[in-house]
Design a protein around this ligand. Structure first.
Ligand SMILES: C[S@@+](CC[C@H](N)C(=O)[O-])C[C@H]1O[C@@H](n2cnc3c(N)ncnc32)[C@H](O)[C@@H]1O
Length: 233
């Protein structure tokens, strides 16, 4: 039968067809672990995440979205958190599991798209995300926000690391569909991010990530924004 848009999910699926298929893209991305990618080489956590914990953030149950090779999930597990970490790519989860074993930490890894992840509503103190959002198709953003809002406890925190306009072009949502490409991700302006998040979240900290020269125990690149948000009551 010819496909038709009969509901909201059909509309999202139709728009998915304009852009790359994420699972295939990310499986391929992780095939060569020797690539010159900052988060391939650095095994330590993001500098801003370490700052949040040093400044008193003490979540018990956390979720990491798009955990990749597991840097941040491993850090949070070492800090005593109960960690669920998900990623769409089996190659990423396999790598993260190997690293977690090497580091002697216990993490519940899930190989799934965040859109298919099943969880107990309002059960997480903290949700962390580095590098997924700027690759997310704009038409999936609203569902992404709904998932975070449903997963967080009433006073829970969410932290996001994503490209600023030095990290990628600030392509508009409209142009992504006109050009049928997410390119190498979306470079967000501060204004665009504030518009997306400020209705539902209090922005507790918003800054550029600090550039950290390697080798170092933490990762920091100044082409990224970091932001710590708390869900509004
Ligand atoms: C730029 S990488 C960052 C990896 C990791 N957070 C880090 O910083 O080391 C983005 C990650 O998001 C994952 N990802 C992309 N779309 C996803 C989705 N819909 N659901 C779950 N994971 C996804 C990719 O597989 C990839 O591992």
């Amino acid at each position: 039968m010819e496909k038709a848009i009969l509901n909201y999910d059909d509309l999202l699926e139709m728009l998915d067809d304009f852009l790359r298929e994420p699972k295939e893209f990310w499986e391929h991305f992780y095939e060569d672990r020797a690539k010159e990618i900052p988060f391939f080489k650095v095994t330590g956590p993001d500098e801003n995440l370490v700052d949040y914990f040093n400044d008193g953030l003490a979540p018990r149950k956390v979720l990491e979205l798009g955990c990749g090779p597991g840097r941040n999930a491993i850090y949070m597990a070492k800090k005593g958190c109960k960690v669920d970490a998900l990623d769409i790519a089996e190659n990423a989860i396999a790598w993260a599991k190997e690293r977690a074993i090497e580091e002697g930490v216990n993490i519940n890894f899930h190989c799934t798209s965040l859109f298919d992840y099943e969880f107990e509503p309002h059960s997480y103190d903290f949700i962390y995300e580095c590098g997924l959002f700027h690759h997310l198709a704009p038409h999936r953003r609203l569902t992404y926000m709904e998932i975070i809002k449903r997963a967080l406890k009433p006073d829970g925190h969410f932290a996001l690391v994503c490209f600023n306009t030095d990290g990628a072009l600030a392509t508009s949502d409209w142009d992504i569909y006109k050009e049928k490409s997410l390119k190498r991700g979306i470079g967000y302006t501060e204004e665009r991010l504030r518009k997306i998040f400020e209705a539902d979240f209090t922005i507790k900290e918003f800054r550029k990530m600090k550039k950290i020269l390697q080798p170092n125990d933490v990762l920091g690149e100044d082409f990224l924004w970091t932001s710590l948000l708390q869900i509004k009551k």
